[in-house]
Design a protein around this ligand. Sequence first.
Ligand SMILES: [Zn+2]
Length: 204
Amino acid sequence: MDDSFHCPTCGAPLRIKNRFVKAVTCEFCHNVSLYDGVRLDPTGRTASLAKLQSPLYLDATGRLGDRPFRVTGRLVYEYDGGMWQEWFLDLGEGRVWLQEDEGRFTALNEGDRASAPPFEGIRPGDEITVGGHRVTVGEVGEATIVSAEGQLGHQILPGETIRYVDGTAGEDEVSIEYGERETEVFVGRPVPREAITIDPDPFA
Ligand SMILES: [Zn+2]
């Protein structure tokens, strides 16, 4: 794959880091472009930098359980109850979203997005079926993406408001995000903090 591009906004060189990337933040001008596997399409949106504390950071490497990872991107969400963030991790042969909410981590894998029921009408306490999972809905809400960094595996952009449904299916946590362009389904499990090893920062 030819992974060398220039930012369509400022012309700076830009390299796509893996084949799962769908949105890219320019590290020079912070403009966000969508990536369809062939070309970059500027969105006119810029990514403000996050001010949330975390042990993770862009380009950090480490291990999730026994799987080596590199952080390629981050999204910060703001909702009524505060903020949470999602880290996009490149696992070499795969990828995972690591959600971080007040020190609690959940590893999320992409589920079958076509199986997402329409958002309208879903209420906390409902039982819904998503990709073969029987999900008990815990929370329904709205959040705004207040920050994006790096390269991301889905087309959710800074400034965008998403609607979400969170629930549980046995030990699995199921999350549906309804964005302006895409609906995404995630299925995941909580990850104890001790299972995340972060290599020392060479620039610290
Ligand atoms: Zn740029």
